[in-house]
Ligand binder design. Structure first.
Ligand SMILES: *Cc1c(COP(=O)(O)O)cnc(C)c1O
Length: 364
């Protein structure tokens, strides 16, 4: 059994994906081929936002967003300590200081009620993350950002296809960033990312920044970087995008089946009202996590822990001066959380084995 079965997915769409790859190799337009713009337009449409700008990874998308918003040395950016490192790493790389705020116990996302207490004179922006594919509390976070004149970035790396109050993930904040890392809900065959914004000027600057600060070749208006999405990756994503709506339904069905079998024995993922989650991860909580995980591994079931150490306790951020106990909710969840195999191609009998193994482990 695979944690995420990318081989089964490839086999299901093999003819379309192989054709898409051959078209690119035959055209030899490996950089900025027409598929890149086609994908930008298709995903802008999918998310329901005016502009989409492809780039080389989700991490780069966050970094480009911070660059275009002018965030740098001396600035503070508020974010969650319970996320993948990239969210806070890019803040530090921009020269700014990540300021962590604890999470909600039900959704594991940034707790909007704790934001105001973390705002200082130096605060310039908030980055909210849609952890495990569940949208953050945007209607509340947006209010705080607007009241204090802060920029607002959505880290939608895990949430393409999710929605809150009728708006799609990727459409929140001044700029949203997503990732096409192979294991994300919409993944390519390498690294890739995309930015979304309603702001035409920001979109133009992002196009310039991702390509060495040039609009016209060898005329450099600003200091940019090399962060383009490969044409091959764009072509693969276009082929996969056709199937993505069905895959989202499949993910939701797999999650529903886990929920109904496991809710009496574990803390199952909560979906807030008027929200759609894409279950980038299906994560359970148990106070006997290590025992339960060992039981699954013994039965040959792949398990992962997202994430074992909250960011404020990572050695990389020791200079920020945080201590154990600073964010009790994130710290508690990090000791209890574990993720089960979750993908659109999970077979009924595979899921049954996962469920039965888990139920056995709570009975013994
Ligand atoms: C995966 C991920 C990223 C980074 O995306 P890459 O494409 O791997 O660079 C950023 N933020 C979150 C929350 C992620 O899960």
């Amino acid at each position: 059994m695979q944690f995420i079965d990318l081989k089964a997915q490839y086999c299901a769409y093999q003819a379309e994906i192989d054709t898409a790859i051959k078209e690119v190799t035959a055209s030899a337009q490996f950089i900025n081929g027409p598929q890149v713009q086609e994908l930008e337009e298709a995903l802008a449409d999918f998310v329901g936002v005016e502009h989409a700008v492809a780039c080389a990874s989700g991490t780069d998308a966050l970094q480009l967003a911070l660059m275009v918003l002018g965030i740098g040395s001396g600035d503070e950016v508020i974010t969650t300590p319970f996320t993948f490192i990239a969210t806070a790493e890019t803040i530090a790389l921009a020269g700014a200081r990540p300021v962590f705020v604890d999470i909600e116990e039900d959704t594991y996302n940034l707790d909007p009620d704790l934001l105001e207490a973390a705002i200082t004179e130096s605060t310039k922006a908030i980055i909210a993350v849609d952890l495990y594919g569940h949208p953050a509390a945007y209607e509340k976070i947006e209010k705080v950002a607007a009241k204090h004149g802060l920029k607002f970035i959505e880290d939608a790396a895990q949430s393409l296809g999710a929605a809150r109050l009728g708006s799609n993930c990727g459409s929140f904040g001044d700029i949203a960033a997503t990732s096409f890392f192979p294991a994300k809900p919409l993944g390519c065959y390498g690294d890739g990312g995309m930015l979304f914004t309603a702001d035409a000027e920001a979109a133009e600057s992002l196009r310039c920044l991702r390509n060495h600060g040039q609009r016209k070749r060898y005329y450099h208006e600003m200091i940019g970087c090399n962060s383009r999405l490969d044409t091959l990756q764009a072509a693969i994503l276009l082929a996969k995008l056709v199937h993505f709506p069905d895959e989202i339904s499949q993910r939701i069905q797999v999650a529903a089946r886990y929920n109904s079998a496991l809710a009496d024995h574990f803390i199952t993922p909560q979906v807030a009202s008027a929200c759609v989650s894409v279950f980038a991860q299906y994560s359970l909580r148990s106070q006997k996590r290590d025992e339960v995980v060992a039981g699954l591994q013994e039965a040959g079931i792949p398990v992962a822990i997202h994430y074992p150490i909250p960011l404020h306790l990572q050695p990389a951020f020791v200079d920020l001066g945080y201590r154990a106990g600073d964010f009790p909710v994130a710290e508690k969840i990090a000791t209890e959380i574990f993720s089960l195999p979750m993908h659109p191609f999970l077979k009924g009998e595979e899921q049954e084995l996962v469920i039965n193994t888990l139920l056995k482990s709570v009975q013994s």
